[in-house]
Design a protein around this ligand. Sequence first.
Ligand code: F6R
Length: 625
Amino acid sequence: MCGIVGFVGTQPAPGEVARSYFALDVVLEGLRRLEYRGYDSAGVAVVADEQVAFRKKAGKVAMLEAEIEAAPLPDSVLGIGHTRWATHGGPTDANAHPHVVDGGKLALVHNGIIENFSELKSELVAKGHNFVSETDTEVAAALLAEAYRELGDLSAAMRAVCKRFEGTFTLLAVHADVPDRIVAARRDSPLVIGVGEGENFLGSDVSGFIDYTKQAVEMANDNVVTVTAAGYEITDLDGNPAEGKPFTVEWDAQAAKKDGFDSFMDKEIHDQPAAIRDTLLGRFDENGKLTLDELRIDESLLRSVDKIIVIACGTAAYAGQVARYAIEHWCRIPTEVELAHEFRYRDPIVNEKTLVVALSQSGETMDTLMAVRHAREQGAKVIAICNTNGSSIPREADASLYTHAGPEIAVASTKAFLAQITATYLLGLYLAQVRGNMFADEVNAVLAELRQIPEKVQQVIDREDEVKALAENMKDASSVLFLGRHVGFPVALEGALKLKEIAYLHAEGFAAGELKHGPIALVEEGQPVFIIAPSPRGRDSLHSKVVSNIQEVRARGAVTIVIAEEGDTAVNQYANHVIRVPQAPTLMQPLLATVPLQVFACAVATVKGYDVDQPRNLAKSVTVE
Ligand code: F6R
């Protein structure tokens, strides 16, 4: 939530021809790339001629750009920017960041929530300070300005105020008195440093500066960094030197572009074969044996595990639900899946024999991060499955397994979901291998199936026009239901979530067996119902039960859209529409059956004229609880 970017370049030497880009270019490009993190309002501040100049505007980055075009900012080699997902105060110009205080000399942008802001605000009001916004950020800026006046050093002032703040934050500050630096701090909110030549960057994630450098540095919590064109210096809050953790970004700027697709979501749906392929890559030794070297976790510890709890939110939690079927089947370890925000407040039974698997695309979801901390405090070992290098969740986990889906920009998760399922399957097979639950040839047989999935996903995508035509027909539906059994159940939940979040359509996913216990009352003439039919070549009882469910809703007037594998003719007579997916074993089916549901949601949202990538009220990375 909220995207932050900063840039410090070298001043042109006297007489030197102007630079090819200035702070504003870098910051605006960064904001465009980070806009998926929040898009209620945006703003930039640059320091030039020993003054802070800024513009900010409610609405998307494009509104800010129009504002700057109407009232240009001076050329500068130092700038910060912000794109907001509102927490304190609505999305107005006044509440937009940066917040500029100290007679216009200090500008601050902020991601997160300062929980004790009202107490700090009262203190400042008592001293005569006037506030023009409703934000906690303006309070932080005023406090920072006060500390700067007292200490005469912006970095020391930042350390001092961070000690007073409760809550989570990333802060970036510039001051006209020190026009060569940005001072930044983080606690439980993301911030990475980008290292260039004669120029350095800051971003909520690497996409903030990916056009300029691939060299990045992670920063620990409660660290403050002072960034100049020449370098960066990190300290803890007491001013002791601290180390960052350098890493190289593996994807390039092109990966975060639409590549001719109408939306990032559309592109990311098409990226899915590669996302699965890349997530499988490099996980085998020369004999084809599964080796998850990067886990760096003691095998004896994995053998001692007697319970697994998968924690995640939203789509990632549905990936966890899919994983549960596979892990329990392969490893015979009781596996629970819990929404991270519920896990934490439930007093769960967790001990050193519990393996917690934290699933998160962004690696920054605050609910999941807090659950990770809670699990570790109880003695559990935590494995993070994440897509974002350098993010908080893998940093705090005992071990990590990265998905290699590339940057996911659309707010609605697609390729991360399939990559998460793939990675949890690798983990499940690895556990089964280490614990001796499966023979090598059994593991290899599943891996062989998994390796065929990218090609099969491509076949589903190749038929997307049929699904798009269906979306065109159904755009006026007021509600859509999704039914599934076994692994089809989380797929149904995911199909409904996609439709809600981007097409603003009422949608519900149900376990098909639950139908007669209540939800069937919703079915009336014309009600669209998607049903995920399991493979008839799997457990027969599963398939025939779902066929009965299709009949039941059809008999009550539903328009049935059945996702069924090729050759499954049993569904034909009860289906108004059949969407075919290639044949695959039951556990592999979610990787195929989800794809038409993603295409459907994307197409309905497009037909309705909605912003597919930036749905209302949402942000990509939920970094507040
Ligand atoms: C839905 C969606 C969200 C995320 C959830 C967790 O399309 O994207 O439900 O899955 O907010 O996010 P991560 O995986 O970043 O922890």
